[in-house]
Design a protein around this ligand. Structure first.
Ligand SMILES: Cc1cc2nc3c(=O)[nH]c(=O)nc-3n(C[C@H](O)[C@H](O)[C@H](O)COP(=O)(O)OP(=O)(O)OC[C@H]3O[C@@H](n4cnc5c(N)ncnc54)[C@H](O)[C@@H]3O)c2cc1C
Length: 476
């Protein structure tokens, strides 16, 4: 998120000085590290949670369309940077991996068919395919059909033009170019305090984690791009807008294999239905990942309860975030989400064998000796005040900004890194209203369709998707 925002600011206002503080010894070691997230270029091609079924059986494509529109902006931004040589070979950070949905049982097959029929009419989704034919699905994803019981009823949809993104590689490349162009990156520096002076400037206090020395700098604008620690820092800034927010951390694990024989039998990101009580981002999926040019398969995530807000965080993160202003939202969320708590505790208690059985529902022929369990990143979900309920748990992202726009932070993790580009455009609009109109032409140079939507312009949608696919080498 910080790398994306800094890249945009360096472009629209090259005379501004940018300094980035990172508490760890390298960038992209938390959520944006490729092994800490699933790398799905979220565009609602396969994730059912963006298009749930209403009680009457109908489905509404509006949310799915808006997620896809957001990803088109990210694709355009990355394409421009590739064309300019800012980003290297696109294969180093984005690869074409079909996005599929796989469901079992009469009810879910009907839901998937309805979803397919609805999406097929939308220009951004018109390449979607549906099949109930085991032979066809076996051609798409042999690993999922191998040794599957003949009696099972199942169906799948597929969009060939899905993507797998290595957000860690993208982050590193963006930072390299930012530094070449004059931005400063201070590694091993943890921001501890944020205070606004009477001069209207923020004093950022950071501690050097190696020598324990304190470092202070004055800034006109602060972006709190601290991932799971964003709430902690926003609380320390004492801005009233951050009051009432809380963070609910959900940990994640994946099973991974890089056995080439198994990897060769699956080339897709296949999402399915979430278990009862499971949060939307805990939908199980079996994914092709491409990291450092190597393909592997990832299955999960297995969610769990863990009070840390970052993978390299502290068990005191959750208790330390409780304030008078957010205790009601925290308690209300605990009271109203017993199903989720039960689900998380259940996941924690699931043995390795239990975890493996979940994988075998996707890949019946999977053998434990081929798969290793890896720990993914922490997802810090947003808890916010709610007039009716006291507090609600939200699974999206939330931009929290001071009224004067001098400080802004990003809470939440979904749809996550895929939508860094539209979210940071929103940050620019909200925090720099006096500059934004002047910056727009430059931003449009980076993202040609900025400010318009594609789904209502079928010809333009085709043209833009074809152009970004070409530049990002997604047709290779
Ligand atoms: C299990 C899992 C699966 C996911 N899957 C996907 C997916 O498939 N697709 C997708 O698009 N998104 C996915 N996401 C979400 C995505 O990873 C995040 O939204 C995104 O990486 C967040 O980027 P960020 O820059 O905000 O945070 P991060 O990448 O976490 O970066 C924050 C940085 O701030 C540093 N920091 C924190 N506090 C301080 C401080 N006080 N001082 C200095 N530095 C500090 C941290 O060390 C870290 O480097 C997933 C996340 C998880 C956990």
């Amino acid at each position: 998120m910080s790398a994306t925002l800094a890249t945009m600011i360096q472009r629209v206002q090259p005379d501004w000085r940018i300094r980035i503080y990172e508490r760890l010894g390298a960038v992209a070691q938390e959520s944006s590290n490729p092994w800490n997230n699933a790398g799905t270029g979220h565009s609602a091609l396969c994730e059912l949670n963006y298009m749930p079924q209403a009680a009457d059986g109908s489905v509404d494509p509006a949310k799915a369309i808006s997620i896809n529109e957001q990803f088109q902006l990210s694709r355009q931004f990355w394409s421009t940077l590739v064309n300019e040589g800012v980003l290297g070979d696109p294969k180093s950070f984005i690869n074409s991996v079909p996005h599929m949905t796989f469901v079992r049982g009469e009810h879910d097959v009907e839901y998937l068919r309805t979803r397919y029929e609805t999406l097929k009419k939308q220009p951004l989704f018109d390449e979607i395919e549906f099949s109930e034919d085991p032979k066809q699905i076996a051609e798409w994803v042999p690993l999922m059909i191998d040794k599957r019981a003949k009696s099972e009823k199942f169906a799948a949809t597929r969009v060939a033009g899905g993507t797998d993104v290595d957000f860690g590689s993208l982050t590193k490349q963006l930072f390299e170019r930012l530094i070449e162009n004059g931005a400063e990156l201070l590694l091993n520096h943890e921001v501890k305090g944020l205070r606004k002076g009477s001069d209207g400037l923020w004093t950022v206090r950071a501690k050097h984690n190696v020598g324990n020395t304190t470092h202070r700098v004055k800034a006109r604008f602060v972006f709190v791009g601290a991932g799971g620690y964003a709430l902690k820092l926003l609380q320390r800034s004492h801005i009233p807008e951050a009051k009432g927010y809380g963070t609910f951390p959900i940990s994640g694990q994946f099973l991974r294999t890089s056995n080439p024989k198994i990897v060769a039998k699956h080339h897709a990101k296949v999402y399915s239905q979430a278990a009862v009580g499971a949060p939307p981002m805990s939908v199980p999926h079996l994914d092709t990942r491409v990291v450092d040019g190597q393909a592997s398969l990832l299955f999960g995530p297995y969610a769990g309860a863990n009070p840390k807000f970052l993978k390299h965080g502290s068990v005191m993160d959750l208790p330390g975030s409780i304030r008078g202003a957010n205790i009601v939202p925290y308690l209300s969320v605990a009271k109203d989400n017993l199903g989720l708590l039960k689900y998380l505790i259940g996941e924690l208690l699931t043995t390795r064998a239990g975890k493996f059985r979940a994988l075998q529902e996707f890949a019946p022929s999977a053998r434990p000796e081929d798969w290793e369990l890896i720990v993914a990143g922490q997802r810090a979900q947003v808890i916010k005040k709610d007039a009716a309920k006291g507090g609600v748990l939200q699974f999206g992202t939330e931009v929290v900004a001071a009224e004067d726009g001098s400080i802004v932070g990003l809470l939440g993790a979904s749809p996550g890194a895929s939508t860094a580009v539209p979210i940071m455009i929103d940050v620019l609009k909200r925090c720099f209203p006096a500059h934004y109109a002047g910056w727009e032409p430059t931003l449009r140079g980076l993202i040609p369709t900025l400010g318009t939507t594609l789904n209502d312009q079928p010809k333009q949608a085709k043209k833009v998707m074809a152009a970004t696919a070409e530049t990002l080498r997604l047709n290779d």
